[in-house]
Structure formats: C-alpha cells, structure tokens
Design a protein around this ligand. Sequence first.
Ligand SMILES: C[S@@+](CC[C@H](N)C(=O)[O-])C[C@H]1O[C@@H](n2cnc3c(N)ncnc32)[C@H](O)[C@@H]1O
Length: 220
Amino acid sequence: MTPRSFLLTPELADYVRAVSEPVDDVVDDLLAETAALAARGEASPTYQIAPEQGAFMQLFTRAVGARRAIEIGTFTGFSALCIARGLPEDGSLLCLDRSAEWTAVARRYWERAGLADRIEVRLGEALPTLRALPAEDAFDLAFVDADKTGYAAYVEELYARMTDNGVVLLDNTLRGGRVLDPQDEDDVALAELNRGLAADPRWETVLLPVSDGLTVLRRR
Ligand SMILES: C[S@@+](CC[C@H](N)C(=O)[O-])C[C@H]1O[C@@H](n2cnc3c(N)ncnc32)[C@H](O)[C@@H]1O
C-alpha cells in the first residue's frame, strides 16, 4: 500500500498525486522496492513519507534556498532523495540512520538519480552522532523522521546548528490523529513536543496537515 495523507480518502490521495509534480522511474522503483520490503514484514508500511510530501519537500528545499541539509531517519532514502533534488549542485545532505541494510537500498537509488555525491550517510545512533558534529557545521534545512521519543532532543540539539532563518521539518506530528488522545509513548512524546513548541519563543512554528502532520519550525 502506498503511504497516503491520513486525512484523505484513497480517491482524493490519488487526485492530489495526479495534479502534483509527477514521480519519475527512480522514485517509482524505490516506492515499489520499499513496499515489497513492507509486504514481506521487513519494515513498517508507514515508514516512508507519502509521494506528495516528497514533492513538497523537494520544492520547499529549493524555495528556501537550502545548501546544506541534515536528515535524521533515512530508511530506504525517499525523503533524502527529494531533499537532495532540491539542493543546488554544490549542496550537501547529511543523513543519520542506524540501519546499514536500509541505507544500502537508499544508496542504490541515489546513485541512479545522480545524487550520490551530494549525500553522506553516518551510521549509528542519531543523537550522539548529531552531538559529535563540529560546532561550525550549520544547516539551512533539517528533516526529522526517526524515533518519536527522540524528537525533543533532536530539536534541542538542532537549534544551535541551524543557520539564521534555518528551517526544521518534523514528520508525523499528528500521529494519525492520536495527538488528541495519545495511545502509546510515541503519541505522548509528540503531543508534548507539539505543546512545548507552540509556547517556545525561539521557534516560529506551524503544524501543516500534510500526510501524517508536518511541523515547520523556523529559527527566529
Ligand atoms: C520512519 S523511517 C524514515 C523514513 C524516511 N524518512 C523516508 O521517507 O523513507 C525511520 C528511520 O529512522 C531510523 N532510526 C530510528 N531511530 C533511530 C535512532 N535512534 N538513531 C538512528 N536512526 C534511527 C530507522 O532505522 C529508520 O530507518
């Protein structure tokens, strides 16, 4: 099953895709390979961002003029591919993920898309990796899509690492609607984070109802 915005009916999700930037063969094949992984029970069917979110993130990356980007939670590389496509030729994307297996799939598609030279993967636990980056490593764009209970620490760590006006995107901030009635620790973590960010004067915050909720934070 292709991931879709949970607020949309399947028919509306098809419509949204039909009138948005089309996906090419590389993305088509990546979506199919990832869906097969999920069908075999080797990955969650909800991991990958929806195609329309990918199209948005590619456009957004270009529109904000990001040159240096970081992603926390890469999986088989679809969101990274979209961000990398939005970067200029001399731009770079640093991907943090603990799975060698899934990021190996990602690398094959980045190579096919001619993007491999813009993307670097650091394998391991994301938080210590992020904390170990040199202080002068600054990012124009960050995308967070890893363990939900880690989001608050990632946001805190990213604050000092974003350029002025740098933008952080947080995925799954609606948790399928369960932020209204949290069912597990991931839901609780994001409900608390959403509440905290809304009151945090360091960030300008908007939660967009794109796919499973995409929060946009701009460092003031
Ligand atoms: C939801 S998937 C990312 C999906 C990806 N953004 C996409 O659109 O295809 C989450 C990824 O985060 C990674 N991950 C989860 N917790 C992590 C952690 N603490 N440190 C590093 N990677 C982590 C998992 O290995 C997985 O690949």
